[in-house]
Write a protein that binds this ligand. Sequence first.
Ligand code: GAL
Length: 370
Amino acid sequence: MMRKREGQIGNCGSHSREGKMRVKQTIFISILLLSLALSFNVRPEETPVRIGFLLDTLKLERWQRDVKLVQARAEELGAKITVKSAEGDDDLQLQQANQLLDAGVNVLLVVAHDAEKAGAIVQAAQRKGVPVISYDRLIKNSPVSLYISFDNVQVGKLQASMVLAAAPKGRFFLLEGPPSDNNALQFERGQKLALQEAVDAASITIFEEEWCHQWNRTAAYEATAAALKKSDGKIAAIVAANDELAGGAIQALKDRKLAGRIPVSGQDADLPGVVRIIRGTQTMTVYKPLGPLAKRAVDAAVALAHGSKPATSESIPNGAYTVPAILLQPIAVDQKNLGATVISDGFHTAEEIKKALSPGEWEKFSTRKR
Ligand code: GAL
């Protein structure tokens, strides 16, 4: 082994050969590690995971909140999020998926507009070896890597059972979302399960059932107005599948001075829904704490991008496949537990609600004995 002489620079042959050899070795080892990582589709830890978040719509308060929560968790994990909303257009949603896949995202979070048509997004992602997470809504007949949502049949059960408790007799009007949304089908199934006994006992009848395109408030208003006309206002209860539809239905009840006299359900605990519950024109909403949903979805996305399988609590059949699933629990909310749920979680602050109410309404509500 040659000894180094003090102060001599760069003209010693053996030194440069050694140096070159070390450089070659380093390059070789990193190529080896990289190809190993790529062969297992594992991302080098240091490169930020890129997540594509495809939404059906951003018009509703609920989805705007999902985006904020998903972005916040991604930031915590050093992941990059790109958000795109298709505003109810299936072709556009597929286009947006292809754009993100071409741009090199590592995983897709998808809120499918159409449970079947979104299968094309999963196929496109599969061709690129990119995992897909079915966010909140199940994509049917496709090999998604994970389905994460709430127990949506339970959502429907909570809606119908609380309205039934308020109106145990008479004609029920069911106001559903679009059947293209797998959740809408599950909500309806839960509602009917909760009403079955009362139907069998002939204490209630399901007078009408309407499926509202795009979860549209105006469609809900028109369908309710038509049902009220047809029944000459003799409807005992309205089981509305979310707050947006409930808002439309309650507007139609208002037109006939029936608001607050006919129980109406909802979902999402959006601010207008909470205000109506405080005013007594809406009976309840289903609160779905979105923080845990968003957090677990992003954690799973990062895990999948690094090639590992996220821990799941169960698996769900989606037609052609059985997919890993995480289902969170929804919470029924009415005047009695609004404070202990939606407000104590900070989903809406008392300040925010107060601002949305007329002067004195909050004081009257918050001091009233329940
Ligand atoms: C459902 C979702 C609900 C509701 C609706 C309208 O799939 O679970 O929270 O908001 O979409 O976008």
